[in-house]
Design a protein around this ligand. Sequence first.
Ligand code: FES
Length: 248
Amino acid sequence: MKLTLRVWRQQNADAPGTMATYPVDGISEDMSFLEMLDTLNEELTLKGEEPVAFDHDCREGICGACSLVINGDAHGPERTTTCQLHMRSFDDGDTIDVEPWRAAAFPVVKDLVVDRSAFDRIIQSGGYISAPTGAAPEAHSTPVPKPDADFAFEHAECIGCGACVAACPNGSAMLFTSAKINHLNVLPQGAPERETRVLDMVAQMDEEGFGGCTLTGECATACPKGIPLPSIAAMNKEWLRATRKVSR
Ligand code: FES
């Protein structure tokens, strides 16, 4: 495949950015999108130019490190992570725009890399689980109703990539935050800190400068792990419940 890439280049957080155009040739449709960018970077390096900076780690759709807006869509045209997007989703001769996540709370570090440490601080604000750990307990020692276990697993799938924020016109992190709260709050092991967890994480989310939710639903559409939109309603319910139980 022969493609034209229009890639966001930005030297650092304070420098102005611009789209740079690069032709790439010899791209296999079986390559992942990141392997295609590797090919571009090898060519740039051989020419003595600076390679394009982009985030990646596992390249297996697990870690949440990859984060590109491709032709205006977070993670591109398929409902998957950028690392699991393959070039067969594009046509020979295509022009492809590649940009970083764009949100006030995710400042650009360089080129396509953004600072997502706001997510880390939201998780940290939730505190720890005080349930005793150690040797694995007998599986049935703490009964968990099947619907609750399914609910917890569904929300625990969030990999924290930030596509929800990038897709949201408000730059809201409510889908991410709700996934992190819901997967713990529904389980008996998460019950001791149930109220403080939701109050602190929502407060931190607001402090980080993420926008509010207006239920456009773009977040759930872009989420590569299928975290559902009602997750936000469940978080709001938890938050209301906690405000009645905890006086601060
Ligand atoms: S690099 Fe780990 S999810 Fe894409």
